[in-house]
Design a protein around this ligand. Structure first.
Ligand SMILES: [Zn+2]
Length: 66
């Protein structure tokens, strides 16, 4: 074993815009491209909600809730 960067992970994290959870890109339940940006989701339910009404979740006054 020759790990020179043992503590460094390449896991990219994103915020699920629907519920506000932190999602790791590689383990996300789903992702969706919208207006040139990729959004990641904790579960298929969040992804479906976003796909249905993306503008609702991207509105500045939307507050993510679990
Ligand atoms: Zn979610």
């Amino acid at each position: 074993m020759q790990h020179t960067n043992a503590s460094l992970t390449e896991e990219e994290t994103h915020i699920d815009p629907v519920c506000g959870m932190t999602v790791i890109a590689t383990t996300a339940a789903g992702k969706h491209d919208y207006k040139g940006k990729t959004y990641y989701f904790c579960g298929p339910g969040c992804m479906r909600s976003f796909q249905k009404e993306p503008e609702k979740f991207l509105a500045p006054d939307y507050k993510p809730s679990m």
